[in-house]
Design a binder for this molecule. Structure first.
Ligand SMILES: NC(=O)c1ccc[n+]([C@@H]2O[C@H](COP(=O)([O-])OP(=O)(O)OC[C@H]3O[C@@H](n4cnc5c(N)ncnc54)[C@H](O)[C@@H]3O)[C@@H](O)[C@H]2O)c1
Ligand SMILES: O=C(O)C[C@H](O)C(=O)O
Length: 328
């Protein structure tokens, strides 16, 4: 029997990530090859942006995707988010060369207050929200705090790009396929302070840490490479990552809705106090997903080096979240 369509809102739909994202959602890569979708697309209420959005919609139409059951263009989150099952909050200013993601906070924070309020007012009560726009963790925190009638667990931030970047670096170092790596994770903020952690990772049952057996590589090559990859891409492309970011968003939502079969992935989720992270801080942690819900991997041992790394990224997040108190 054909499934009822799911309503998916994407903001910043005429931007570069939007362009790499929408066609894959409409082809079924995010929610499944048997799941029809209705796209509710939000752009700023500006003639040029709305015209560009219309152009993207014309192209979506021209793909004749069998799973695309409808789409609409919006300039107001209160209509874009009506009855949605999923929201991908991408629309925000990207950083340029020489900027850190937190430099975007003042430009982007207000977007997420307004969008959190709109989600609170009109989205389905079990809507699953992924924040991609930077600084993603703090924007997700703002959206969550601006939507007090929705469960906090519905709000997540994207750490999956960092997770995927880490997997590829490990695979290249060991000459093994990425798919063979299990139990890798990234802790904390989507920023250079993130802590990409392969202490628990295995390949074909063997410890990745033992296979690499090089603390110097971990500290001086691996961590800075993963942490500064976004800046390296801006430097090379003159624009921030788009296709890899869209791919990570697809992975994040796919796994949240459809499950991971016990595999670990990284999601930025509101803390419940585990690992000493204060409640509600939007923090990257290892999770498994099943039946539309994520579950934090609990009880992992944290050694002294890891604790220092976690404390550093936590301090940055607390500072960012303190800086937006006045908006909440
Ligand atoms: N979390 C991650 O891993 C990750 C990765 C890559 C990029 N990003 C971030 O994603 C965001 C978007 O990046 P991009 O490259 O697509 O940028 P872009 O400038 O190409 O597109 C952003 C789009 O958002 C729209 N927009 C701005 N404010 C909006 C609002 N209030 N409502 C709806 N739409 C709005 C703009 O008109 C524009 O079309 C940036 O903040 C970027 O830093 C995050
Ligand atoms: O680095 C950026 O500003 C874009 C994005 O967050 C990334 O990690 O590629």
């Amino acid at each position: 029997m054909t499934k009822a369509p799911m309503r998916v809102a994407v903001t910043g739909a005429a931007g570069q990530i939007g362009y790499a994202l929408l066609f894959r959602i409409a082809s079924g890569e995010m929610l499944g090859k048997d799941q029809p979708v209705i796209l509710q697309l939000l752009e700023i209420p500006d003639e040029k942006a709305q015209k560009a959005l219309k152009g993207v919609m014309m192209e979506l139409e021209d793909c004749a995707f069998p799973l695309l059951a409808g789409m609409s263009a919006h300039g107001d989150p209160n209509t874009a988010f009506k009855d949605i099952d999923a929201a991908l909050l991408v629309g925000a200013r990207p950083r340029g060369p020489g900027m850190e993601r937190r430099d975007l906070l003042s430009a982007n924070a207000q977007i997420f207050t307004a969008q959190g309020k709109a989600l609170n007012a009109v989205a389905k009560r079990d809507v699953r929200v992924l924040v991609v726009g930077n600084p993603a963790n703090t924007n997700a925190y703002i959206a969550m705090k601006s939507a007090p009638d929705l469960p906090k667990k519905n709000f997540t931030a994207m750490l999956r790009l960092d997770h995927n970047r880490g997997l590829s670096q490990i695979a290249a170092k060991l000459g093994k396929p990425v798919a063979s790596i299990e139990k890798f994770c990234v802790w904390g903020n989507h920023s250079p302070t993130m802590y990409a952690d392969y202490r628990f990772a295995t390949i074909e049952g063997k410890s990745v840490k033992d296979l690499i057996n090089d603390d110097d590589w971990n500290r001086n090559i691996f961590l800075p490479t993963v942490g500064k990859r976004g800046a390296a891409i801006i430097e090379a492309r003159g624009l921030s990552s788009a296709a890899s970011a869209a791919n990570a968003a697809i992975d994040h939502m796919h796994d949240w809705f459809l499950g991971t079969n016990g595999r670990w992935v990284t999601m930025g989720i509101p803390s419940d106090g585990s690992y000493g992270i204060p409640e509600d801080i939007m923090f990257g942690v290892p999770v498994t997903c099943d039946a539309g819900a994520y579950k934090r991997v609990e009880g992992l041992p944290i050694d002294a080096f890891s604790q220092r790394c976690i404390d550093k990224t936590l301090a940055e997040l607390m500072e960012e979240q303190d800086g937006v108190k006045h908006l909440l």
